[in-house]
Design a binder for this molecule. Structure first.
Ligand code: NDP
Length: 203
């Protein structure tokens, strides 16, 4: 349908539906969530495509603090296709030295403690302890966990905030950026399809 510029699949899908089959049915050039394997490949090879909204929003937040990330040590905790892996690709593209940690990582405290940039995308409340954070580090908390006391992130916010140079809250940090980037990607899609140049550096 030429009237449609962007399509996203609201995940997770019910268990009887194969999410990959549904995602792969989307035209990669309308895949504003950036989950189609073609767009994952474009990101990995540095080609123009759609980048998943949450990691791109995290990168925008980081670049608002550090215009150049070149040479910084970045640790991404979590290796999912929708957050951890594309986040690592983006940081590599910015010339960070990137470590991807996951459930089998040994001595997570030490790994996180080396990082100038910490991105936590795990789904375990308060997994990343405040005392692990290198003083002055930038901390992006992607986690959204529903607890009896309300929504909390993957980072022990109060303790981490005492050491971090910058830190995102939960809620009100990464979540709104994800939504903003979805609209950005849709605008970029419309521009490409209509042949209208859009200055993406201004978005
Ligand atoms: P997944 O469950 O797909 O991935 C979680 C990752 O965390 C896995 O790679 C897993 O490792 C790793 N992990 C689990 N336990 C540990 C541990 N104890 N130590 C180290 N690593 C661990 O989650 P998503 O990536 O989809 O989401 C992560 C969080 O981000 C969730 O809270 C989700 O709600 C939130 N989210 C927020 C968004 C936003 O807009 N703010 C958007 C998307 C997600 P392994 O691979 O070894 O199993």
């Amino acid at each position: 349908d030429p009237a449609v510029d962007g399509i996203l699949v609201q995940l997770p899908l019910p268990g009887q539906i194969d999410a990959q089959a549904v995602i792969q049915a989307i035209d990669p050039d309308k895949d504003v969530d950036g989950f189609h394997p073609v767009n994952a490949g474009r990101l990995a090879t540095g080609s123009e495509g759609f980048v998943p909204c949450t990691p791109l929003g995290c990168l925008m937040l980081l670049k608002s603090i550090h215009p150049s990330l070149s040479g910084m040590d970045a640790v991404v905790v979590g290796r999912s296709n929708i957050v951890g892996k594309p986040m690592a690709q983006l940081l590599l593209g910015e010339s960070c030295t990137v470590t991807v940690a996951h459930s089998r990582t040994r001595n997570l405290a030490e790994v996180v403690g080396r990082a100038d940039i910490v991105v936590a995308a795990v789904g375990v409340p308060g997994l990343v302890k405040g005392e692990w954070i290198k003083p002055g580090a930038s901390v992006i908390d992607v986690g959204i966990n529903r607890t009896e006391t309300g929504l909390v992130g993957d980072v022990e916010y109060d303790a981490a905030a005492e050491r971090a140079g910058a830190i995102t809250p939960v809620p009100g940090g990464v979540g709104p950026m994800t939504i903003a980037v979805l609209l950005r990607n849709t605008l970029v899609s419309a521009g490409r399809r209509e042949g209208v140049a859009i200055d993406q550096t201004a978005l």
